[in-house]
Design a protein around this ligand. Structure first.
Ligand code: MN
Length: 249
């Protein structure tokens, strides 16, 4: 049997401590090759570089920095660095949660989706913003020992979030919703020209709906959320008569 080939990336950059923790957790499961952004690329989602060149630097054995996005790293990793498609694509451990609609902005999750599109089993890992990687790391090993026992359909990934302390266990969860406050802050530069800062101070408020990813992590569990790439709405497709009434004629 050929050795399992594991591609690692993140969106916090190659030198982020979370990536080192993920590499340690993944090491027992095969050959780990890391291709990660050369700087913080958080919140670039599935962005891909189409209009500028990409550089790849070999930093150490099976360890590469790329000046592109997390998705660029997955593509360059698979097409240039690896000799074949990876079995696993693992992304993270992100500094900070990716819960609810965070997953639409997250470069960590975007990289995992790209890994799945490229045919690998894929997962994104994120940690409580004040959480310790020492808690998350052995739980990733535990997760990786188990995840091949539960196959997901095509175009699905696992999105895993860790609570602040030692997790009480794994919990299968759905995607929560959240609200950001003071989303765009207006300030003035020294020449009194306004500039804008996205994010605000208050941070997100999660609804923490029953069974959701946010509820699980705030109750101390490792949240394990299956996510789908196809965003279609089967429940709306079932409403053909409503559609015809609204749009027909
Ligand atoms: Mn990040």
């Amino acid at each position: 049997m050929t050795e399992r080939l594991i591609l690692l990336t993140n969106d916090d950059g190659l030198w982020a401590p979370g990536l080192a923790a993920l590499a340690r957790a993944a090491a027992p499961f095969g050959r780990v090759v890391t291709v990660a952004p050369d700087r913080n690329r958080s919140a670039v989602s599935s962005a891909m570089s189409l209009h500028n060149i990409l550089r790849l630097s070999e930093i150490g054995p099976d360890r590469f920095a790329c000046d592109g996005t997390p998705v660029d790293c997955v593509l360059v990793g698979i097409c240039e660095v690896l000799q074949r498609k990876p079995d696993w694509v693992l992304s993270g451990i992100n500094h900070g949660f990716n819960l609810g609609e965070d997953v639409f902005y997250s470069g960590t999750v975007g990289a995992a989706f790209e890994g799945r599109i490229q045919g690998a089993r894929a997962a994104a890992f994120s940690n409580h913003p004040a959480g310790s990687l020492e808690f998350a790391e052995p739980w990733i090993t535990r997760f990786l020992e188990r995840w091949e026992a539960m196959d997901l359909p095509a175009n699905r990934i696992w999105n895993v979030n860790f609570p602040q302390g030692e997790p009480l266990g794994f919990r299968l969860t759905g995607q929560d919703t959240r609200a950001y406050h003071d989303l765009v802050e207006r300030r003035s530069d020294p020449r009194n020209t306004p500039y804008f800062w996205i994010g605000g101070d208050a941070g997100p408020t999660y609804a923490k709906a029953p069974g959701s990813d946010a509820e699980a992590v705030f109750e101390g569990f490792a949240s394990v959320t299956p996510l789908r790439l196809d965003l279609g709405c089967p429940e709306t497709l079932a409403r053909q008569a409503d559609f015809d009434a609204a749009f027909g004629g």
